[in-house]
Design a protein around this ligand. Sequence first.
Ligand code: AOF
Ligand code: ZN
Length: 339
Amino acid sequence: MNYEKFMHRAISNANLYKFTAKPNPVVGAILIKGEKIISEGYHEIFGQNHAEINAINNAKKKIDKEFKSFSELVLICTLEPCSHVGKTGSCAQAIAKTGIKKVVIGSIDPNPLVSGNGIKILEENGIQVEKGICSDLVERQNRFFFFKQKNMRPYLTVKIASSADGKSHLNNTERTIITSEASRDDVQILRAERDAILTGGNTLRSDNPRMNARVSFASNQPKKILLSSKEFNKNEFQFFNEDSVDVHTSSNLEEVINFYKNSDLCSILIEAGPSLVKSFIETDMVDEIIVYTSKKILGEKGVNWFDKNKTIENYGFKLESSYKIDQDIKQTFVRNEKK
Ligand code: AOF
Ligand code: ZN
């Protein structure tokens, strides 16, 4: 049997929930009888039912109509069914209870709580397991989740908006808008995709940003992280409008990021001024830099993002993609592989 087409469908449909499942991975599950789809289920909302449970519950509505017993069905799931009892019960146990006899898995769950244990539970219950079907696609669609489990820290993206002459802002304290509205809308999507946004005290003082994701679709809001040794009056800054704000007074950036190694956060967007951005890049922990460059020139009074005559490549990054947004250019740089 060619399970790939069902796996592709489960992967595609799972992605519909990427903004509401995060920081959990997106996961899809499909129950088939022969070539026929009996039911589907997805992990739609963080903290709620896992995909397999939704697929099983949806199939139960069709029992005696489209099939007699779960033993007639094959379960296709994009990620190894979980073994643990977390915010919800163990999917592997729930699958075994139904009497399903065969499970086809996309990728093994890299979460050490689960990894391999879900499959073990299935096999111990006499279920035949086939794994590794389109695992690269599953890994790619959950790249932050896989990164976090492998590296024990969140994936770090630095976002900067630059003038054509490489400046961040004018050296007075006023907020400088450099890029077009279309680029700024694109940044809202970067925020919605990530689990947290990190900024520094200087940016807060000069821009009074909200740093939330203002998008036209349902999305879990990123957590907010502030790095500042100084106290802020929470009533004066919009950043504190939402409850979920962590403040770190330490200037040790590795320590700040490592603080999240056991948390749910899999990705952090760093939106800060040149000095904090440079300090982060120098730590070697930044995985990706996204640059929006406008045609505007800020000139003499502008503050440089990077040291004169130094390009992003000089900091150990390579260009991955580049395209136009309105009058601006969006470039994504990723870290060179470590030798
Ligand atoms: C599955 N099916 O649909 C998902 C899984 O906190 P919890 O209980 O929601 O568990 C989250 C963990 O479960 C997550 O880190 C990942 O290892 C796994 N996700 N597993 O069987 C699903 N979303
Ligand atoms: Zn589960």
